[in-house]
Design a protein around this ligand. Structure first.
Ligand code: UD1
Length: 416
């Protein structure tokens, strides 16, 4: 099993190209199977999850080639409508293929999806919406059997603005007859990217980025070439590392607007942050300041995916920060590992109180989930001494060789 070894305490200096967005590429890969014509997708991050998406398309009978962050996908011969249990378990986003498979084949069979163990993560909102759109669903022996001769357009009111459910409904309704509306839709930038991709193929969708999305069904989609947006959580990871290690880091090829709140919080914690049209520069030479209270919430609020990243950065801040995790019920796996490094953190249910200490020390620690794992890398970079991180397969699900990103900024970090 590989490990990441870090000798911490160095300042970070230099430029980083922000990778394509993991959370945008996965629904877009699912969307390609709605289209019988060729789809060319640029700026795909080369991640374990992206490759799982390719495998699902291949298993369904499609063809995928992938080179230099560009995927060429052809599904004209797609015949199968089942995804194996193994691929379903490889990532949570496998569930996003459900809507497109039903749309394309009139039926689908999947098991429950896997992904990071950060809470119960049910898919009841997806299934309830699908039923409202005329899909017949039976759950037998851990498998979900779906059938729909025709999608019945409707207005779907989501009880919670679930990112995955919003995307799945958009995907199911794109090729249909009539108008479907999603009320209380998620507003994440990745939803807007999915809308842009679908519309580029000829779909008629509007409202993404607001809480009401309108999908006017079309009959057929056309050939497309598309560029995935940059990864705002990757950018946040680099920004948090620069903030707590100190230094001067420029994040290139990104959309500053997507991390507007993160930028203002980094400023509140004492960093100098300047953003341009598609770059952000973070400079810091002082100890960070605690941020009082941070509550995770749907976009445009503070992202749950950034909670662990900020916790590592603020573990050595001057003052206390209380985190309130409102999205996932067990997303504090990284805390036990940060405590091993000397961090002062108390968890009570969905609350975590972090009292900044003067320094944290390197330790042998284990990543238990994707963003928690990236948070441990940030902690290792800012700690005194050596840190050894196992469980890095979780980190590889969302970051392209994270050790290369930080060694290019002057950190002592390698994979062994
Ligand atoms: C997506 C992101 C993930 C991010 C999350 C919240 C991708 C690939 N992943 O995950 O990185 O952390 O949004 O911003 O885009 N829920 C239900 N029933 C459902 C669906 C969701 O109860 O049918 C609950 C979940 O358990 C969770 C909350 O709603 O507590 C948010 O989930 P959701 O917004 O659906 O997140 P994902 O799409 O899984």
């Amino acid at each position: 099993m590989s490990k990441i070894i870090i000798c911490g305490g160095r300042k970070l200096d230099g430029e980083v190209n922000v990778q394509g967005s993991k959370n945008a590429v996965l629904p877009i890969l699912a969307a390609t199977i709605l289209n019988e014509e060729e789809c060319v997708v640029h700026n795909c991050p080369d991640l374990a999850d992206t490759r799982s998406g390719f495998e699902i398309i291949r298993q369904l009978g499609g063809k995928v080639s992938f080179c230099d962050h560009t995927a060429v996908i052809k599904t004209e011969n797609m015949k199968r409508h089942e995804i194996s249990g193994e691929l379903m378990c490889s990532m949570r986003s496998s569930v996003l293929f459900l809507g497109p498979i039903i749309s394309r084949c009139g039926q689908a069979v999947i098991s429950y999806p896997g992904g990071c163990a950060i809470g119960l993560r049910p898919i009841d909102l997806h299934l309830k919406a699908f039923k409202e759109l005329g899909v017949k669903i039976e759950e037998v022996g851990g498998y979900i059997y779906c059938k729909a001769d025709r999608i019945r357009p409707a207005t779907v009111n989501l009880l919670f603005p679930s990112v995955g459910a919003t995307e799945n409904i958009m995907l199911l309704a794109t090729v249909s007859r009539g108008e479907t509306m999603i009320v209380n839709a998620a507003r994440e930038p990745e939803i807007v990217d999915l809308q842009n991709f679908l519309n580029r193929m000829g779909a008629k969708i509007s409202g993404a980025g607001t809480e009401i999305i309108r999908i006017i069904g079309v009959e057929k989609l056309k050939k497309v070439e598309y560029n995935i947006i940059s990864d705002r959580i990757f950018a946040t990871t680099c920004a948090c590392a620069a903030a707590c290690c100190g230094g001067d880091v420029v994040l290139r090829n990104m959309e500053p607007e997507h991390i507007r709140l993160i930028i203002s919080m980094l400023k509140d914690s004492g960093c100098k942050v300047v953003s341009g049209e598609n770059h952000v520069r973070i400079q810091n030479s002082e100890r960070l300041l605690g941020l009082g209270k941070i509550m995770t919430s749907p976009y445009p609020g503070f992202p749950t995916d950034a909670q662990a990243l900020f916790m590592s950065a603020l573990a050595t801040a001057d003052g206390t920060t209380v985190f309130v995790e409102n999205i996932f019920e067990s997303r504090y796996k990284h805390v036990a590992e940060l405590i091993k490094m000397g961090a002062d953190i108390i968890v009570d249910g969905r609350l975590a109180a972090v009292t900044g200490c003067n320094y944290i020390q390197g330790a042998k620690i284990c990543a238990g989930d994707l963003r928690g794992g990236a948070a441990l890398v940030i902690a290792g970079l800012s700690a005194i001494g050596d840190t050894e991180i196992t469980g890095i397969e979780h980190i590889d699900r969302g970051y392209e060789r994270i050790e290369n990103v930080f060694s290019a900024l002057g950190a002592s970090i390698k994979r062994k």
